[in-house]
Design a protein around this ligand. Sequence first.
Ligand code: GLY
Length: 399
Amino acid sequence: MKYAIGLLGALLFQGAVVAQTVNLPTVFSDAVKQTEWMLKEIPQVQSDKKDLVSPRTLDSSGNLRLVASRDWTSGFFPGELWFLYEYTGKEHWKEEAQQFTAKIEREKTNAGTHDMGFKVYCSFGTGYRITHDPKYREVIIQSAKTLSTRFNPAVGCIRSWDHSRDKWGFPVIIDNMMNLELLFAATKFSGDSSFYKIAVSHANTTMKNHFRPDYSSYHVIDYDSLTGKVVKKNTHQGYSHESAWSRGQAWGLYGYTMCYRFTHDKKYLEQAEHIAQFILNNRNMPKDLVPYYDFDAPGIPNEPRDASAAAVIASGLYELSTYSKKGAIYRGVANRILGSLTDKYRSPIGASKGFILLHSTGSKPSNSEVDVPLCYADYYYLEALLRYKRLKEKKSLWK
Ligand code: GLY
């Protein structure tokens, strides 16, 4: 048993009764200042490397690191710009969002990765939700066609990575749950049910093979591509094969909540509730609800935190709160996470080249991006703040 009975009760009780408030005008005004600064920094890094389109993190010398559109993180910054447009209503942010989003379009035909959802849905999908631009819908449909080519019917999943062929024949990572949003949306836009069927098959197969009895998940499941049998259960970014990598748990929580949104299949809702239980009840969850990079990291409490996992969990919990009988509790916990991130994890204004949150961890085992700002922490933080706002105003999360 990896969690202490009773802790969830205590956390949830506090979350439900402590009215954590976030000062949205101040937080967004700070986010605007940081992002304005980042917009000035980007061209300086880009000057001789025009294929670098989006900020990802800071390197060990504190320099801004940009990535090409093919990188899995390229869609987050355009998505952040859409969030700033959504909050402020200012044309300036719409124009910036359109420009940065356009730089990702070429990915719609890149079949070399499963990260289509992260790249295209966080940019074009977020832009479409806000503007209903029909051109964006077409990009999403084309991207779903391309992503579908990675589906293997014998396995029932989309193949995640093409790299590390010496280790895995057909690797599927828990992160891949996030890419299903693009497929579900493409079916809504096009009427072509094939994308929906692939998403459901992937979600069901992942539910069967990625999860342990306590509803923590493995990071990488390697399948036999001919028989569909599980070959290995591994990690790549977590502490060990049997540990619970924090961001992986966050992807699962968010992913199954999103699957329920599109399917109304109760088993996805229950799966999301079970994952929430594992995360929030974990004996190694710190009091401020910002997880260590892995719930089983051996040096806790002297292990790096992962603010990106906290931001994904908060955003996922807000959505889950709209479907679950435990909604008030989940919303209270999400408020507390946002309170912690806002009070203790934000960069000072004018520092960190314009990133908003500090203290995320990309991959501790490869000593890469440890305790740094990451664009996806900022993306899900802003998304969670906007969900917090909508729920406070008793509005739907989507319109
Ligand atoms: N999808 C890669 C990660 O979460 O680091």
